[in-house]
Design a protein around this ligand. Structure first.
Ligand SMILES: Cc1cc2nc3c(=O)[nH]c(=O)nc-3n(C[C@H](O)[C@H](O)[C@H](O)COP(=O)(O)O)c2cc1C
Length: 340
């Protein structure tokens, strides 16, 4: 049974500790990444999914999807892609912004994404995947990774042959969100099904889904035997979760995180002002707060008050009042129950 993790090396990229940030639309932008880096323990950061078709029209200096600071390294950029013809120009952009890795989204089950043949629908049409990987492989020597779900239904053979195909075509590392296409986030993730994939592949396999505590990370590792773990919502609720996990599972000598929730929230707000234009701030604050509020027994009050705010200033004021009253209602446990 696997109980610890070793650094991962792919094409000259060192992922140490092998703890990865999950790509999350509206959440994994420069501000959250910087907050995470403040605590440490992240081996590979990520953007949210970026439309390969639209990417060449974005201005990296002002695009909310592309702005980043030099400290955000290593940083993987995730592409939402449906055909090989979209690859070349998208990869040119990723080279220009100094991407450290390129990830291909093959797991997003949203119907709006599937209609264009992207996201999870690539898992349903493996014949469309080969030319995309072949073209990407031709265009870049950066690490090329993929993120998948377990499938439409449990079909071990189909899943394994899909993953083997990814490896054979040149994917360097595979992240697996341990749920089926239509399974909601409320369902317990099927970490044990990652073990079958790991057994088959030579490339590193990363387990994702439902890690909200160090204990979850240990359980996920034991069940999956993965080479690394990918944290999503758990790290939005607790940006220090990477640091805690790195200490426990990777023998990392990182300092024990000192956490004062209002300070973490304040840092997020300050960075929002620093990096985003006014019209981009409030939506991102609301989305972050939905998760961060889970640190409090009555966090739904915080989330509701921020949701109802008409400006970031108003939200900040309301949050300050909440923090002043709620300091002794901090919770130490958090589960997936009813989380979006
Ligand atoms: C708000 C939100 C946005 C997401 N956006 C993406 C995305 O852009 N690309 C992607 O591959 N997965 C996306 N996901 C899925 C996550 O990467 C991850 O697989 C999922 O949240 C399970 O991991 P977790 O339980 O650690 O959050 C998103 C999930 C959430 C909650």
């Amino acid at each position: 049974m696997q109980t610890s993790l070793q650094p991962i090396f792919i094409r000259g990229l060192r992922i140490d500790p092998p703890l990865l940030l999950a790509p999350m639309a509206g959440l994994t932008h420069t501000v959250l990444r910087q907050v995470l880096l403040g605590f440490g323990g992240v081996g590979l950061l990520s953007t949210e999914m970026l439309s390969a078709k639209r990417l060449p029209t974005e201005n990296p200096a002002i695009s909310p999807y592309l702005i980043r600071t030099a400290s955000e390294k290593p940083l993987s950029y995730q592409l939402l892609i449906s055909m090989a013809g979209e690859i070349a120009r998208a990869i040119d952009v990723l080279h220009a912004v100094h991407a450290d890795a390129v990830d291909l989204n093959m797991g997003c089950p949203a119907p709006a994404v599937g209609r264009f043949g992207a996201g999870f629908s690539l898992m349903e049409q493996p014949e469309n995947v080969r030319p995309i990987i072949a073209e990407a492989r031709k265009r870049t020597s950066l690490p090329l990774t993929a993120k998948i779900r377990l499938g439409t239904e449990l079909d071990e053979q189909r899943l394994r042959s899909f993953c083997t195909m990814l490896e054979d075509e040149g994917i360097d590392m595979l992240s697996v969100h341990a749920r089926l296409k239509h399974e909601s986030f409320a369902r317990r993730p099927r970490w044990e099904h990652i073990a079958g994939i790991k057994e088959r592949l030579k490339i590193p396999v990363i387990a994702n889904g439902g890690i909200f505590s160090v204990q979850d990370a240990k359980d996920c590792l034991a069940a999956s035997g993965a080479d690394g773990l990918m944290l999503g919502r758990g790290a939005v609720i607790r940006p220090w979760l990477f640091a805690e996990t790195a200490r426990e599972l990777c023998g990392n000598s990182i300092a024990e995180p000192a956490v004062f929730l209002p300070t973490v929230y304040g840092r997020f707000l300050d960075l929002l002002f620093e990096h985003f234009t006014p019209e981009r701030r409030l939506g991102r604050l609301k989305q972050f707060t939905t998760y961060f509020a889970r640190n409090y027994a009555f966090g739904h009050h915080l989330a509701t008050k921020v949701q109802a705010s008409n400006s970031v200033e108003e939200a900040r004021e309301r949050a300050s009042r909440f923090f002043a009253k709620a300091h002794n209602t901090v919770v130490t446990e958090c589960t997936e129950k009813s989380l979006p």
